[in-house]
Ligand binder design. Structure first.
Ligand SMILES: Nc1ncnc2c1ncn2[C@@H]1O[C@H](COP(=O)(O)OP(=O)(O)OP(=O)(O)O)[C@@H](O)[C@H]1O
Length: 808
């Protein structure tokens, strides 16, 4: 979206021209004076407190005044004078300390003094932001400060609009706030967009923009920009990596670090606590916390979009008594903007978010920031917690740490001067929502599926964490965690396969130990959990829903291993949650035999309490363990699903049935010799069969012809004997094939056949035809053939000519 100029009120052209001329004269004088004053600034003496202490243009002063900004924050007082003098800056200051104005004011002022304004001046300053929300926020501040008389055209470039619309506006822009991806897209695709005159490049949340995710885009953007420019980098957590500075070609940058001498890296008004909370208790604790803080504005951070969605959807159904919102990177831009606007305006609300909302966003008056999932690192912690206690206000951050995360994370926080204090959860006030969640997952397969996805992404994110001293996957009770989300089992995760196979080996060893003992069976029985009516209902409810996804998620291997085994190392003898997760199905034939053997024939009862019923046409019996399945027997249509599908058979000459493809196994095939030899043998045999058949056919045809000849001669003899007067003329037998006669006298060959195909054989002259007639007919036939050949269009021209009637 490109928003046209900040200013630009519409007035009659003549008046406007005169005013502009006067203004330019004023500005020239103003600019000269300002330039001198800026050069005389002494940025290091620290005596500048208010904005009015700085040589700023009238429009900027007015903008600041109308926004009620009077006293500068620390970072502003240090950074703005340096930036006004044109220095490159590497600025690090706490969250909410006013870094935005520290670059907005120099951008407006430096371009103003250069008179880099108007459509012909081109792009003078580019401000890059890692997220769209932050870019919008920066643009709003720019607009607020710049709307009182500055003539710059400023735009917001964050995608979401057609490239063409943006293209047209881009060429006129003097200041752009953009996300790296969209900016690069225009630099590489919009021919008229020139950045050759760019004077300033600003990176907000610089450490984020310079990290891996944006590396390619930012490097490519910098390639387009002129080397001679001023560069400003700002962030709450700033690294001074030489490589990063080299990438941006900073010239002797000034380090403006406000929290270096400070005791802590986080704002003074911020109270920071942590609680030790196992993964499986997080949902209960969070719910209880929200219930106890309904009159607050709360921001909760999670590690994945899936978790955000699951918690949002499930809590919403439980009617928490406080408006819930959620934001994550997988939402559409409109939805994200809507949420940020709603949360900004809300007095009491709870926003569930991923780290997309962790940086820069200036939500007013947030009371609590709850980090439900441990942040990747201390920098992320600082940015997240910085959404509260902004600009001298109070706020509170609570970090949930699993017992295994506590030691490692606390060490890292301490190293970066982040003071956190442990508090305890009042157990009496903690409500358990496990049953409610379980019930909701049971009622709503979509929610269950979301829960399964949330579980998997969360586990995966722990697995992928770089800091293995904090995130130790094996230390979490994942089975209990899955249950705490209301899931009917622990979803299976592919990347755990290796660990799993190791555990399987251990499990089998343990099984052997148990089976050695004389009480093995009793042990297994005793440890098998009792299945209630509810369990059975749950299994039925879930067996058909989202079958494909479900199969992927839930282990259903031939070894009967349960999902729980994957993570907890429970042995097969434990029984685990096998029954809880198992989906009832037809008993395989082998098992049926076993069942019959142990239970006796007749009314075979299945171990789980079901009844076996044989369905006509089905090769395997059905387990009837509920009214629902009983009913199934009454529906013919449904039963067809259980029936065996018919096989397609072909019959040989002896009438024996064969399957369409009868394949011998490899060993049998190889025993017969090499493939090439087999092929040759097959060809020879086939040839022999064909030759024999040919000889037989020929002999039969010859015999037939001889017989005919014999019959005819006999008939002739009889006729002669009767003394027929017309015996001089030989009349053919009506219907007798003359060609057959002709062939009877010659040896039949393949060549003959070929000839016949090419040129139909000259028919034997009929008794009433003369030699001349014959010749005439041949000529006619040749002509007709020639004409026919021309009539067949062969080329495009023929077809066209045919269509034009030329050949017709
Ligand atoms: N000089 C000032 N006087 C009064 N309020 C100010 C001043 N400077 C900034 N603020 C206010 O302080 C709040 C935080 O400012 P800003 O968003 O610039 O912080 P930040 O340092 O960029 O934070 P973050 O690191 O989280 O991005 C804003 O609401 C802003 O309006």
């Amino acid at each position: 979206m490109v928003t046209p100029g900040i200013t630009g009120r519409i007035r009659p052209t003549k008046v406007k021209k005169r005013e502009n001329l006067q203004k330019r004269k004023r500005d020239d004088v103003d600019v000269e004076k300002l330039e001198q004053a800026v050069q005389q600034l002494d940025p290091k003496n620290g005596s500048y407190k208010d904005f009015t202490d700085l040589p700023l243009s009238e429009p900027t002063k007015q903008g600041l005044k109308s926004s009620h900004f009077a006293v500068m924050t620390d970072v502003q007082a240090k950074a703005i004078p340096l930036a006004l003098q044109g220095h490159d800056i590497l600025g690090a200051a706490k969250t909410g300390s006013g870094k935005t104005l520290s670059f907005i004011i120099p951008v407006l002022e430096n371009l103003y003094r250069l008179q880099h304004v108007g459509p012909d001046a081109g792009l003078g300053a580019l401000i890059l932001s890692p997220t769209r929300e932050l870019a919008i926020q920066i643009f709003d501040v720019l607009r607020k400060i710049g709307r009182h008389g500055h003539m710059f055209a400023a735009g917001l470039l964050i995608g979401g609009k057609s490239l063409q619309d943006e293209r047209e506006a881009l060429a006129k822009m003097n200041i752009l706030v953009a996300t790296p991806g969209r900016m690069l897209q225009h630099l590489s695709q919009t021919a008229a967009f020139s950045v050759d005159d760019l004077k300033m490049l600003v990176l907000d949340e610089a450490d984020r923009i310079l990290d891996m995710g944006f590396q390619h885009d930012v490097d490519a953007i910098v390639e387009y920009l002129p080397k001679e420019r001023q560069t400003l980098l700002f962030s709450a957590t700033q690294s001074k990596k030489v490589s990063d500075l080299a990438r941006l070609s900073l010239h002797d940058p000034e380090y403006v670090s406000v929290h270096a001498q400070d005791e802590s890296a986080t704002p003074k008004g911020l109270t920071q606590n942590y609680i030790v909370c196992p993964l499986e208790e997080k949902m209960d604790t969070l719910w209880s916390f929200i219930q106890a803080s309904k009159k607050s504005k709360i921001l909760c951070f999670f590690s994945s979009a899936k978790t955000v969605r699951f918690v949002y959807e499930s809590f919403r159904h439980m009617q928490p008594g406080i408006p819930l919102l959620h934001i994550h990177g997988r939402q559409k831009q409109g939805a994200r903007l809507d949420t940020t606007a709603k949360f900004s305006a809300a007095k009491h609300s709870c926003l569930f978010a991923t780290d997309v909302a962790a940086r820069g966003l200036d939500f007013p008056a947030v009371d609590f920031v709850i980090q439900v999932d441990c942040p990747d690192d201390v920098d992320t912690y600082i940015h997240r917690v910085g959404r509260t206690a902004r600009y001298n206000r109070e706020g509170r951050g609570v970090l949930f740490l699993a017992p295994s995360e506590e030691e490692g994370m606390l060490k890292r926080l301490e190293a970066k001067k982040v003071p956190v204090e442990m508090i305890n959860v009042r157990q009496k006030k903690r409500q358990s929502i496990k049953d409610q969640l379980q019930n909701m997952c049971f009622q709503d397969p979509a929610l269950k599926y979301l829960g399964q996805k949330a579980f998997m992404t969360h586990v995966k994110s722990i697995y992928l964490q770089k800091d293995k001293k904090v995130f130790k996957l094996k230390e979490y009770d994942l089975e209990a965690y899955a249950a705490s989300l209301g899931l009917p089992g622990t979803p299976r995760i592919k990347f755990m396969k290796d660990d799993n196979s190791r555990q399987k080996k251990q499990a089998s060893r343990q099984t052997i130990d148990v089976s050695d003992s004389s009480d093995a069976e009793e042990v297994a029985k005793a440890e098998k959990p009792v299945r209630t009516k509810y369990d059975r209902m749950f299994e039925r409810k879930n067996q058909d829903v989202l079958a494909e996804h479900y199969k992927k998620l839930v282990r259903d291997g031939p070894d009967g291993e349960t999902p729980a085994d994957v993570f907890t190392g429970a042995s097969a003898a434990d029984g685990g949650d096998e029954d809880f997760m198992a989906v009832k199905r037809r008993i395989p034939a082998d098992d049926e035999e076993e069942a019959s053997a142990t239970m006796g024939t007749g009314d075979a009862r299945v171990a789980s309490g079901g009844r076996l019923v044989h369905v006509a046409g089905a090769s395997q019996p059905l387990v009837i363990d509920s009214n629902r399945r009983e009913k199934l027997l009454q529906s013919k249509k449904k039963l067809t699903r259980l029936m065996d599908k018919g096989k397609r058979l072909v019959y040989d000459e002896e009438g024996n049935p064969h399957e369409v493809y009868e394949l011998e196994d490899e060993a049998q095939y190889r025993a017969k010799g090499l493939p090439e030899e087999q092929r040759q043998k097959f060809i020879e045999t086939a040839r022999e069969v064909v030759q024999n058949a040919d000889v037989e056919d020929k002999a039969a045809a010859k015999a037939k012809r001889k017989d005919k000849l014999r019959k005819r001669k006999e008939r002739e003899r009889n006729e002669m004997a009767e003394g027929d007067a017309d015996a001089g003329v030989e009349l053919p037998d009506p219907g007798e094939d003359l060609l057959a006669n002709f062939r009877a006298d010659a040896e039949y060959t393949d060549e003959d056949d070929e000839e016949q195909q090419q040129e139909p054989s000259k028919k034997a002259k009929k008794w009433f035809e003369s030699e001349d007639e014959d010749e005439e007919k041949t000529q006619k036939r040749k002509k007709a053939k020639a004409a026919h050949r021309v009539e067949e269009p062969e080329t495009l021209e023929d077809i066209e000519a045919l269509a034009a009637g030329l050949l017709g």
